[in-house]
Design a binder for this molecule. Sequence first.
Ligand code: NZQ
Ligand code: ZN
Length: 394
Amino acid sequence: MQNFEYCVPTKVVFGRDTENRCGGLVRECGGTRALVVYGGGSAVRSGLLGRCTDSLKAEGIPYELLGGVQPNPRLSRVREGIALAKETGADFLLAVGGGSVIDTAKAIGYALANPEFDIWDLFMGKAAAKACAPVGAVLTISAAGSETSNSCVITNEDGWLKKGVNYECSRPRFAIMNPALTCTLPPYQTASGGVDIMMHTMERYFSNTEHTELLDRMSEGLLKTVMANTKKALADPNDYDARAELMWAGSLSHNNLLGVGKAQDWATHKIEHELGGMFDVAHGAGLAAVWGSWARYVMHFNLPRFTRFAVEVMGCAMNYANPEETALAGVAAFESFCRSIGMPSNLRELGLGDITGAQMHEMAVKCTQNDTLRIGGLVRLYAADIEKIYAAAK
Ligand code: NZQ
Ligand code: ZN
């Protein structure tokens, strides 16, 4: 195991009706004026936004609203939020939604705390963040894990570049997690979220670092829990206990609990982010469409890891005479799980059957910043490798 530091300062407030406490939590975190960020309408329709603003009012905290955040959140909305926060003097970003809303709030927070550079320079690696204005989250979908993560992913419509940054200062001050809020999710988003949760653990599980037994067993437990409870939540959308398992798994999967002390991979995420940027697909669905192709491309570099995944997570029998067969069976079993929850296992099933070679080339080039970056920790991938992975996923 490698040396590591671990600090997740987000206060988690978990359970039914906890959204009614958001005003008090903003005040506890020192917020005096809030910008409330939300999405395309689900939080309005469910009445959640009203409950959150009532809670702010009860605490005497003035607020402005910034709605209309889209999935694969856009830079233009971030800029709108920066202008509104500056104009009104907001000192706290309250995100009511999923990863897209929370990431928009984080990006606004970066801009408020670092006025000396343009926000997009941060995402392009041309500037470094010293701080982030405080963000609090009222989570409505178990998926991205942004409610406790240090990540923020934004899409610039100019060139359709989807880029992420990671800074500890962006971890939300609090995360309100009421599993009942996720009961209104469309099945596709429940399933896509389940895959994303799994993938955050798998990006850490597929590692060449040895002697991480505790993390391996915890990861395997999380993956099996998410598979079982995604199915339960799809069968009965109002199954509170299944929703609760998924919600807590979503945070634990991406707050780096399962990634400390080891090299991590993240190639599948980088490969998917290009699909999200260019084709606006749901993030988890995009991951499901390319993971099998990535896995088959790299598995020979660490066959024991893939056979362990096959046996311990996917329940395959170990073939000692032919471990490659076991590893392949594990990948196929994961793809079969994806299909069973309505997720794609290739680009055609994702709705991108018409994708061209030129588009795959463009994504591979963008993904590696003109072939200057190597992607992945298990195996370092070049643009040419990534192009082959897209092609095999077609
Ligand atoms: O906009 P509304 O109307 O709210 O609808 C949303 C949206 O259409 C809907 N939804 C959310 N909660 C709902 C609901 N519908 C009904 N009832 C509810 N309770 O779900 C749709 C997707 O929302 P979104 O916020 O985009 O989902 P998710 O949490 O999956 O976030 C995806 C984004 O996060 C990024 C992804 O790349 C993508 O841009 N990620 C962020 C990470 C991070 N910051 O740590 C890590 C991830 O790997 C990921 O890259
Ligand atoms: Zn993800």
